[in-house]
Design a protein around this ligand. Sequence first.
Ligand code: GCV
Length: 712
Amino acid sequence: MNAEESVELEQLMFVEEPMRGDGPRVHPAWLPPEAFRSLGARRILLHGEGLLVDTVLDEVSRACARYGGRMWHSPSWDVDVDLVLALRDAAELPNPSVEAARAAGEAALAELGDGGSLGDEGFVLARAGDVTAVLADAPAGLLYGLFHVVRLCAAAFDPARPPERHRPALRRRMLNHWDNVAVHPVMGQVERGYAGGSIFWRDGRPRGDLARVREYGRLLASCGVNAISVNNVNVARTEALLLTERLGDVAEIADALRPYGIRVHLAVSFAAPVVLGGLPTADPRDETVRAWWAATTRRVYDRIPDFGGYLVKADSEGQPGPFTYGRDHADGANLLAEALAPHGGVVHWRAFVYNHQQDWRDRSTDRARAAYDHFVPLDGRFRTNVVVQVKFGPVDFQTREPVSPVLAAMPATRLAVELQVTQEYTGQQRHVCHLGPWWSEVLRFAPWGPGGRTIADVVTGEAAAGGGLVAVANVGDDVFWTGHPLAQANLYTFGRLAWDPRRDPTAILDEWITLTFPPSATADAELVRRTLHEIMDDSWRTYERYTAPLGVGFMVNPGDHYGPNVDGYEYTRWGTYHFADRDGVGVDRSRASGTGFAGQYPPYWAQVYESPESCPDELLLFFHHVPYGHVLRSGSTVIQHIYDTHFAGVEEVTAMRRRWQALTGMIDPSVYERVAERLDEQVRCATEWRDQINTYFFRASGVPDERGRDIH
Ligand code: GCV
């Protein structure tokens, strides 16, 4: 290439970063420009074509414009580069160093790979001489490879770096937004949303800020999420219309997210043939109903060719479902699956089905049993494009629950685990509660006994054909995306665990810290890192300590679910009881004398959970009703454990607030202030929890604290 050509090509290929007048409109979360410094200072060659390759092009161009690097796209020039990002089937280049890097990538793949295929989303990274090569079979792989290089920073260019191959363990890594289009009179714009309004909808209309939606797509792609549903699973009239008249609104979101490899799904009402189609029935066995779903779904795919599929909450908390017609959940799910199958779509059918009209005096009905009782008998009847989506625990996203036994009992069904990134029961994004360690514990749980297959194996499935990982999103139109800036880490961690459910959550948190607070722009990077780990690593356990004890759950204020209220749900219809009285506390779910829920587990855990002696302490009150003097495996009595953990929890939160103060002046002041405010609230609320819980159990039991601390 001669000098003139070079100048011309530079003008063509070297894209300037668009100016952003008054700085970013929203916090950049874990993708601040500074995180791209190492990449942006390099000479980079991008080789391949496609929509997602254009996204890579845009990312790299902006980074290079900012940090002085250079970029070429699919040229045949002989240039010296530091990084090649190439599709494997892109034509050869007459550039010896680039071709050597590609050959090194291919060789690494042959050595590391099983048959050499990277799939739709995988990539390989290898070094050849002074060049780093990232190769992928498909554009999405290149995009994920690019974000990997960003995460690695300078380490991506370390000559000693051994080759590595990455492929997501789970095919679908999905977020469910519980966003309402029209403001719900009780639940608001976002059901269980703690970060302002919706980024998609406002007051019955699309919010109209597609730039923000694109920015969201970028954040999600960078942590590995590849699917979202855009409306609440409780589908009201306005939201139902997204399937038909207002499909254009969904298509706009899909268009904004497509460049980031994210497919859009829709929560639909099972009664849609009646409420939208004017049919007299929504019976899944009725021919006109089947034809309605087939035609409606065809229209969806005409408008959104890469539409992901439907998400359904049926016969649950008042949502319509197949029970109305004497049909079961397999009939219902298969109806929608049949309509989606010709287009490659899936239906995510939720297993969150229980009797929400319970009488608290009826001790034989147990909400924990419900999903198993409804779904396990249907195993083997679901079509292959049905994913049964199971909440991780048998009740409802509590701070501590056993892992749902459904996940071990449906071997002939594709199962997804549903997590809750939005912190409904874990501090509502006013409390620091880093959930990675909890999710990791769930994913590593071996339901058939230690050393056996894990929940991660179940959702991965044979040849990655499992149902994947899903979570309820925690994002809103808040300037920090998640209300509490540190709650961004939960979103990031979800994506990274969905990519690889076996990863260490502390390492993921470390990655998030490095990206969000880049060492090159932080006065004392080590202090920031250490402080954040000290505050966040154990924050879920701290939260557990000052709230409902020993797995008993709830004890929250009814309705908004924030703050303590020991008897708030005790005499209600929701099936969430603790049965505390003057003698003891907890729910007997044993086979011998209780609801029999413990018997829903495979033999190893059925036996462990059956007896208070072998049941793990942290789940004792979930499985057993015991006297206050019962001695835990830890050696403490139940009542003393309650006092000790509640005092300790508040002390830990007070220490968090003190530690945070050490970061004054070290980080973005707006982040500092927001977190500081929320830590004040966390200290207040944790103190309230401590006092309410300790006082309640002191009065009920009459047993004093053996250390004589203040209990009111
Ligand atoms: C979307 C819990 C929440 C509800 C939620 C429901 C569900 O009950 O409190 O707001 O409804 O779970 O998962 O469907």
